[in-house]
Design a protein around this ligand. Sequence first.
Ligand code: DHA
Length: 126
Amino acid sequence: MQEIQTDAAPASIGPFSQGIVDGDRIFVSGQGPVDPDSGEVVSDDIGEQTERTLKNVAAVLEAGGSSLDAVVKTTVFVTDMSNYDAVNEVYEEYVGDPAPARSAVEVADLPIDIGVEIEAIATTDP
Ligand SMILES: C=C(N)C(=O)O
């Protein structure tokens, strides 16, 4: 088991790794719409938040030798399910084909003031 550490994604804000490589699987911790350079939330707009979040997921995957194309499962956490369509509009531009398995849930709150968080499981690139 190997920890993924990259400056291309936001630093961890708690007792968790950005990602873990375990054999041929990569587990990406929940990522949010935080700019890795500034450490700030990128925007209030849910589409822009989703885009930055997926870029952060991609950065962790790439640091671990994988990519969004190799994602097999995601979980999408939103604080307002009325944003479902707006999140999907961006999400489908980023994930591979076939789209990974996914669960999407509304949560009461997230650790910082954001509207979306996404975690992922991927294979290492073949
Ligand atoms: C932000 C997180 N991924 C966490 O606290 O687990």
